[in-house]
Write a protein that binds this ligand. Structure first.
Ligand SMILES: NC(=O)c1ccc[n+]([C@@H]2O[C@H](COP(=O)([O-])OP(=O)(O)OC[C@H]3O[C@@H](n4cnc5c(N)ncnc54)[C@H](O)[C@@H]3O)[C@@H](O)[C@H]2O)c1
Ligand SMILES: O[C@H]1[C@H](O)[C@@H](O)[C@H](O)[C@@H](O)[C@H]1O
Length: 344
């Protein structure tokens, strides 16, 4: 069986996903695309030589009976409306982060999905499919380092655009750590506090950069997460879990070791696309396989999208107040309680 995809948003990651579904993965086909920039949608069809209809908007695409799955890769604020409409139409959804820009918006998606009586939505938190994070999780789950006590993490981008402002360090960037860290240690978040160190000269007026988040879990784990989006030297993701019996660290991205000009060196990547390329492939192949064989996606759920939104709200509040802010979740519905995704 071939799963037929309609893509809403043919920008950077929309095209990446179209390319992987069309040319790298098996079991999926792009049959429809749309973008508020219709030229971009048409160019995408030409660029990847797709046999796909270009629709004027998401509603028309969702209404196409030939579309089994709606891929949501538009701008964050547009996600909620598309996801709710797709779920109400009974379509499967693969939605890039954020699921919605507010916790209330995520809850509306959760409610729409529960009404359909089965899981339809997967959120694009691809780090859960990265081999390094999967190994870290296995080490923790197998008690190889004892109980986790602390996490030290860093999310560094070489540079960001002029319209990237302080809040985006949370909603655009930290959001990946927000999802992956509680999943790693099987715990819930309790509070967050933010400190702004001295600002780099490479930032601009509306962006505090770097930022240091201290997140505590209900179980007492303290996580220190640095977000530094003008670090200049490359795209660098670090994560070290300190446990009672040992320390486990995310492996460095593998690269050849070069001896040259009296130096011993390895390269550092400079773009998220390359750092998580394999994870995106595994993630979407898993989505295709799960929907095709089990009738439900098994990756990060709408509820994970909700957790991320509530946590992000508290982080943004903490940026504004400088105080420790509580992270309070609604009770998890039984509908989402199955823990299926333990390994990719
Ligand atoms: N998982 C990841 O690592 C990752 C990486 C990059 C981006 N993302 C997420 O993916 C989404 C897209 O990011 P991007 O970098 O591709 O952005 P982008 O600006 O390159 O592309 C977004 C596209 O969506 C279109 N669009 C906006 N609103 C629309 C609407 N209502 N209907 C149809 N099309 C619409 C825009 O015209 C644009 O072509 C964002 O939510 C972003 O946070 C996730
Ligand atoms: O800070 C960036 C992250 O490192 C990437 O993984 C993407 O999510 C991108 O959208 C963010 O702007």
């Amino acid at each position: 069986m071939t799963l037929k995809f309609g893509v809403v948003g043919t920008g950077a990651i929309g095209r990446e996903h179209i390319d992987r579904i069309t040319n790298k993965l098996s079991g999926g086909k792009i049959v429809a695309v749309t973008d508020v920039n219709q030229e971009s949608a048409k160019q995408t069809v030409e660029m990847y030589q797709l046999d796909a209809v270009v629709y004027p908007d998401d509603q028309a695409l969702i209404a196409d009976e030939n579309v089994d799955v709606v891929v949501v890769t538009s701008w964050g604020p547009a996600h909620e409306a598309t996801v709710v409409a797709a779920v109400e139409a009974g379509k499967y959804v693969f939605c890039e982060k954020p699921l919605a820009t507010t916790a209330e918006g995520c809850m509306r998606i959760v409610e729409a999905e529960m009404k359909q009586g089965k899981k339809l939505v997967q959120v694009g938190f691809m780090r859960r499919y990265d081999n390094g994070y999967v190994q870290l999780k296995q080490a923790i789950d197998n008690h190889e380092i004892g109980e986790p006590l602390m996490i030290r993490a860093a999310h560094r981008n070489p540079t960001v655009g002029e319209n990237y402002v302080t809040e985006m360090a949370v909603v655009d960037t930290l959001i990946h750590e927000i999802d992956v860290l509680h999943w790693l240690v099987n715990d819930d978040y309790k509070s967050v506090q933010v400190v702004f160190p001295r600002k780099t000269k490479y930032s601009h007026e509306k962006l505090q950069d770097p930022q240091l988040f201290t997140i505590e879990t209900v179980g007492g784990i303290v996580m220190s997460v640095e977000v530094f989006v003008n670090c200049k030297y490359g795209y660098d993701i670090q994560c070290e879990v300190i446990g009672e019996d040992g320390v486990a660290k995310l492996p460095e991205y593998s690269s050849i070791v070069m001896r040259k000009d009296e130096k011993l060196s390895t390269s550092i990547l400079n773009d998220w696309k390359y750092r998580f390329m394999d994870a995106y492939n595994v993630e979407i192949q898993d989505f295709i396989d799960s929907v095709t064989k089990k009738g439900e996606p098994q990756g990060p759920t709408s509820w994970d999208g909700y957790i991320a939104a509530v946590t992000a709200d508290a982080c943004v509040k903490a940026q504004q107040t400088g105080q420790k802010e509580a992270i309070v979740l609604n009770e998890k519905p039984a509908f989402y309680s199955e823990k299926k995704l333990q390994k990719a």
